[in-house]
Write a protein that binds this ligand. Structure first.
Ligand code: AGP
Length: 347
């Protein structure tokens, strides 16, 4: 067992720290930058023959559970931007419970790490029966799932000249991601210190929006499932519609406020939380620590800046590290979370 874990104490720790390599492996031969005209190409064997049909879809529906749902949610904005097709989100069990509308004109994209989650498979049968074009995307590890989904978005959008520059910037950004993830992993000690501070807390709220709403959900899910601490990912735009009532000087709140089109809105969220004496941890882009702390004291975690839509891949890493260290410090089993099966093959 120790041989498989190599120099790491736990599989989860290994998985977190090996993300630069796993991202490199998953992109190798599938994202190509080069040639005399510096062309940038995305290769997606399985989908190639269906791209035209997908582009004609009335909508794309992402379907999954847990982390896989969150990976799909993280990819939704870029898929909408590059394809121009409305993308809706479905939690597999909820789609099935509601027997929600799925049409022949839909492309249903099923996202799963194991490929054997019962709820997702049931929803797949259901979408098939309703005549939708069904696509399955499987990949292990959240960051790899997002990378794979971005390649799908790039391929679907590849017939649009007006977005060519954006697509090229995303491809460049994807290829640089392993280096950026390596950089953000250097926050390990800082996240361990933070975990030490939070060790006895009952709850942690995580506020995100835009590209990083999914990061908030996934960070909170990890804290919940491995550290066994209540945690909730909240859409920052919803703060005034309820969650603000929880804010006091005791409850720790993480706010994701890296640079993108939502940055100024997140700054105003931070000000409002400071005004209520919130106990803040702010994830911001490198160089922004002073500006996010200007309205009150907070603990700032600076992360490398990448192309806006790729920021979720970088931003989830400190939260993974936090969840890992919290789990170890609280004395829980990191690699076998309580009450959870590796894949959920029953309903
Ligand atoms: C397990 O680590 C995940 N947090 C869990 O939510 C999982 O994503 C969910 O059960 C769906 O599994 P799948 O990706 O294998 O379909």
């Amino acid at each position: 067992e120790q041989i498989n874990k190599g120099k790491y104490d736990h599989y989860m720790q290994k998985e977190i720290h090996e993300q630069p390599e796993s991202l490199t492996t998953t992109m190798r031969g599938r994202l190509i930058r080069g040639g005399s005209r510096k062309t940038k190409t995305v290769l997606l064997g399985g989908l190639k023959d269906h791209l035209k049909t997908i582009r004609r879809s009335r909508r794309i529906v992402f379907i999954g559970c847990g982390t896989s749902y969150n990976a799909a949610l993280a990819s939704r904005p870029i898929l909408e931007e590059l394809s121009g097709i409305p993308v809706s989100m479905e939690i597999a069990s909820d789609l099935w419970d509601r027997q929600g509308p799925i049409y022949r004109e839909d492309t249903a994209v099923f996202v799963s790490q194991s490929g054997e989650t019962a709820d997702t498979l049931l929803a797949l049968d259901y979408a098939r029966e309703n005549g939708a074009l069904c696509v399955g995307i499987t990949n292990t590890a959240y960051t790899r799932q997002i990378e794979g989904l971005y390649r799908v978005a790039l391929a679907i959008g590849s017939d649009t000249i007006s977005s060519q520059k954006r697509r090229e910037a995303i491809i460049d950004g994807l290829l640089d991601l392993p280096y950026k993830v390596k950089e953000v992993l250097k926050l390990d000690e800082e996240m361990k210190d933070l975990a030490q501070l939070l060790i006895d807390e009952q709850s942690l709220l995580v506020f995100g929006r835009g590209y990083n709403y999914a990061t908030a959900l996934e960070g909170a899910l990890k804290v919940k499932e491995v550290a066994l601490m209540h945690s909730e990912g909240i859409l920052a735009g919803e703060m005034k519609h309820g969650p603000l009532a929880l804010v006091d000087e005791n409850l720790p709140i993480a706010v994701i406020a890296t640079r993108d089109a939502c940055f100024s809105k997140q700054q105003s969220v931070i000000q409002q939380l400071h005004a209520r004496k919130g106990r803040l941890i702010v994830m911001c882009s490198k160089g922004d620590a002073a500006s996010v702390s200007s309205s009150g004291s907070c603990r700032a975690i600076e992360v490398p800046h990448v192309e806006d839509c790729l920021q979720p891949v970088v931003n989830i890493v400190p939260l993974q590290l936090l969840a890992y260290h919290l789990t170890v410090l609280r004395g829980h089993n990191v690699d076998q979370p309580r009450n959870l099966a590796k894949s959920v093959t029953t309903q």
